[in-house]
Design a protein around this ligand. Structure first.
Ligand code: GLN
Length: 188
């Protein structure tokens, strides 16, 4: 990939460092967004990590980053939300509030209940093949509409989706050895 591409990783909270490590392995330039002025730096893509969507959503709002980021996404900048990042992008959130709300999906938070809070599986990902999937207190998507399309399902539940420039996974590809989902994002 060209050295012209720079990926920003939202680093307010959660599993942002792991995304940076994946991007290093893929040879992609990246930096962390911690405050509003970081948005002035040049970046072509954005990753919203896993963590706690309520906390990240509140910090985004308090730091006046919610609207500028929403604008960039609506203008077509590729964005990749994992787990809590998926919730941040969802237009509808069950058992929680919408935040960026740019993607035509409904996220169901903490959807797997207590016993199945965390688990590992492998499943088919459209356009990639079989990928490892680590779920940690994960949401799933119970509905997509409009331009959003399903990319992966586990046990009949949607765990990855795409809507043009927006990619979401309920699982954590940054915790797996496989670089394929991040590579898919960089190719978008
Ligand atoms: N349960 C978290 C939330 O609602 C998501 C968990 C995660 O990102 N690993 O934001």
């Amino acid at each position: 990939m060209g050295s012209m591409m720079t990926v920003a990783v939202l680093a307010l909270q959660g599993a942002f460092a792991e995304h940076g490590a994946m991007l290093d392995r893929l040879g992609a330039e990246h930096f962390e967004i911690r405050q509003k002025k970081d948005l002035d730096r040049h970046f072509d893509r954005l990753i919203l990590p896993g963590g706690e969507s309520t906390v990240m959503g509140k910090l985004l709002k308090d730091c006046e980053m919610l609207e500028p980021i929403r604008q960039r996404i609506l203008e077509g900048m590729p964005v990749f939300g994992t787990c809590a990042g998926l919730i941040l992008l969802a237009e509808q959130v069950e058992d929680g509030d919408a935040h960026l709300g740019t993607m035509q999906i409904r996220a169901k938070r903490n959807a797997y209940g207590r016993q199945l809070g965390s688990f590992y599986t492998e499943a088919e990902f459209q356009g990639i093949g079989t990928v490892p999937m680590t779920f940690i207190r994960a949401p799933y998507i119970d509905r997509v509409w409009g331009e959003a399309e399903v990319l992966a399902e586990v046990d009949g539940k949607i765990v990855a989706a795409r809507q043009g420039n927006q990619l979401v996974t309920a699982f954590h590809p940054e915790l797996a050895d496989s670089l394929e989902v991040h590579q898919y994002f960089l190719n978008m």
